[in-house]
Design a binder for this molecule. Structure first.
Ligand code: SAH
Length: 231
């Protein structure tokens, strides 16, 4: 049996998956919950969890899925703010590289986002990214593959977006991806990060987010469901 871990930060991001699979058992670990799904025919076990928001929460979820539930691949599904002129609400972003936009040890001469012995950019699985891309293409969704910037803040300003563009050339902004990617990278487990755009990380972002989070989260989860059949 192949074991796959799936993380969403918010309820809206994992609910569509639980509704799709229907039959799951809930495993409690402290304050965390893991939803176990056994796909007999496909010979796969899925563990779905809602990490809660932010980098620490996401790292805890990824670490637990890998080291306690022996997940061999980690997929993240959720929403993000867009940081590219060709990306709009509802579009999809595959993060082939993840960066910490809020890590700053420039005082020691390191570039913004650099963590000694880790670097700036953390790669995700090329193989999983290719599979997702072929599914997204087939569905004719507008999408991009590129760098996603993660930090512990909801970005809703032109100035911060510009800074993230100048420092990292990132096309989307969110609050968990790099933590999952870094955990997977250090524990040597393939990682996949998918985001559907919920807002443009600008002044309208809080209102746009509220309006579009649900439908964008559904769009991202639909790709994950198809991926599960292929991986
Ligand atoms: N409205 C929520 C908080 C949402 S925080 C509440 O009050 O509970 C935003 C979440 O969506 C994070 O999980 C983050 O990963 C993602 N996200 C979407 N747009 C974002 C943006 N513009 N900046 C940062 N994260 C964003």
């Amino acid at each position: 049996m192949k074991t796959i871990g799936i993380i969403g930060a918010m309820k809206d991001e994992i609910t569509p998956l639980l509704q799709h699979y229907k039959n799951y058992t809930t495993i409690k670990l402290g304050k965390l919950e893991f939803y176990k799904i056994t796909l007999e025919k496909e010979e796969k076990i899925l563990y779905i969890t809602q990490s809660k928001i932010g980098k620490v929460s996401a790292a805890i979820a990824a670490t637990t899925l890998i080291s306690k539930y022996n997940c061999q691949q980690i997929l993240f599904t959720g929403v993000a703010g867009a940081n590219h002129k060709d990306l709009d609400i509802g579009d999809l972003v595959i993060g082939n590289k993840l960066v910490h936009h809020d890590v700053d040890i420039t005082a020691f001469g390191h570039p913004k986002g650099h963590i000694p012995e880790i670097g700036i950019e953390i790669d995700t699985s090329e193989e999983l990214n290719k599979i997702a891309e072929s599914i997204i293409k087939e569905k004719n969704h507008n999408y991009k593959v590129g760098t996603i910037a993660t930090g512990d803040q909801f970005v809703h300003s032109k100035e911060i977006k510009e800074e993230i563009t100048n420092n990292f050339n990132a096309i989307a902004i969110e609050m968990e991806g790099v933590a999952v990617a870094q955990t997977c990278n250090q524990l040597e487990v393939p990682c996949f990060i998918l985001r559907a755009i919920s807002d443009n990380a600008n002044g309208d972002a809080p209102e746009n987010f509220e309006e579009f989070v649900k439908q964008s989260a559904i769009k991202s989860s639909e790709i994950i469901v198809e991926m599960i059949q292929l991986i």
